[in-house]
Write a protein that binds this ligand. Sequence first.
Ligand code: FUB
Length: 312
Amino acid sequence: MKYFTTIFLAITIESICFAQNPFITHMYTADPSARVFNDTLYVYPSHDPDNADWFDMVDWHVFSTTDMVNWTDHGVALDIKDIKWAQKYAWAPDCIQANGKYYFYFPTDQFHIGVAVSDKATGPFIDPLGKPLISMDTKGVVCNRDFIDPGVFIDDDGQAYLYMGQLVVNAIKLNKDMISYDGNVHLLEGTDDFFEAAWMHKYNGKYYLSYVGTSGEIKYSMSDNPLGPFEYKGVILEKMNSGTNHHSIVEYRGQWYMFYHNSDLYYSKHPELDEKFGWGHEGSPHPFRRSICFDKLYYNPNGTIQKVIPTK
Ligand code: FUB
């Protein structure tokens, strides 16, 4: 009995300590790319406008924490109006540290991927190229839907990779300058029902390509090589109530986390149905006013990933 009471208390304390979701509540956010720079955890999400009825996002904010409880909103780090070649759709970004700078990769217009640079993790980020880094019509790219969702990864040997695309994972090897690439586009094999949101991370020498499948779950495949071929391993997170999902996986101070989004913030503010579209209750998700969440992620001894249990 004492044993079960101890387990129950441990689970209860864990749930209370991590009853943090959604963790940004003053604005709608989605597509969280979490990164650790200099012992601070930063999150680079999309920003869904308060009155959004479509993915009509115009800017990107940066958030940070050092305790996974208190979050700082550093404000707008980049605005679509400051990218002269882009028209619209400030969708899912990512950011990485290299060469003593921070490189912010972002999609626009549903078919371009750009890069902007800053001396600080929180921006402001400046577009150094004056043009996209790569686009849907670039030689070698395969994309018959949107060309979106850049996810960046730097391997232990210093080689940087950028993954992107919808329905097909396109990957490029970035040059040392992080704002150009070697000219080749690689198409990754070994996903199951890949839709979007490719995210690469490494654990115990293995490469983990996680992504959103066409049915909305977050799935993953593993390989011994960052360009594959990969082997499908399973589902990490079941479909959320937000229509889309988009995640990242990161280690911070010895604990692994998965970041993702749902529509719980909208539900908490609007228990009634949205008159125009009928969104606003559990069975009818609001796809354009999303909220970012995180939960702990655990590996099995053989390196496979345990399913993440979303906390409220
Ligand atoms: O936020 C706009 C789009 O929705 C993202 O690019 C996708 O990953 C999905 O979350």
